[in-house]
Design a binder for this molecule. Sequence first.
Ligand code: HEM
Length: 206
Amino acid sequence: MALHTTPLLPAGQQNIHALWLRLAHWINALAILIMVTSGWQIYNASPLFDFEFSKTITLGGWLGGAIQWHFAGMWLFGINGLFYLLMNVATGRLQKKFFPVTPRALWDDLLAAVKGKLAHNDLRHYNTVQRVAYLFVMADGVLLVVSGLVVWKSVQFPLLRTLMGGFDAARYVHFFAMSAMVGFVAVHLIMVMLVPRTLLAMLRGR
Ligand code: HEM
């Protein structure tokens, strides 16, 4: 059996995800859980639509408690997200891992995925569907923060408020950005269950 080695470590021992990346990922997962469930409780106090979220899946107990959770989680999500994005840019990882993205490669990988033929041999390499999904969720995170700033301090961020189309529109933007995030996480978790080796790598690095 051929053993693929590099001058540094045998294949099984090479790091797939650096420690900083793994820490940022799991802190982010916790922050998202806090933000989404407390956000649903806040939403229930003044629903935008004809439904409310069940109390069993919300955090904070009541509006005041939920706002406390949301504001605490906001710093965790914002600072950790900034750290993740800055590290990705500064180390050149963003460019290396998530680009190039071409419509052709996206189409090919989507077709392969539908046929169950998308390769997962090398976990250090993201296919184009993953690249697009991860870039999308990064952008969605930024949109959540920006629209959240407008909902929180509308008067202090007049430019952002205008960009969002006003205070009321910012609430809808914030809601739909949350929905997109929840949609991503649902698909993300299904994908992780389909390829459990990726979970091991995100936990222990290899
Ligand atoms: C308990 C929940 C979660 C689990 C079990 C999980 C698991 C994983 C795993 C296993 C990977 C590596 C994928 C691969 O190597 O192919 C990954 C990557 C990623 N996950 Fe999650 N995840 C969770 C929550 C989240 C949440 C809430 C977000 C929200 C934004 C997220 C965003 C990402 C991103 C952006 C990447 C790519 C990271 C990079 O390489 O820079 N994950 N996740």
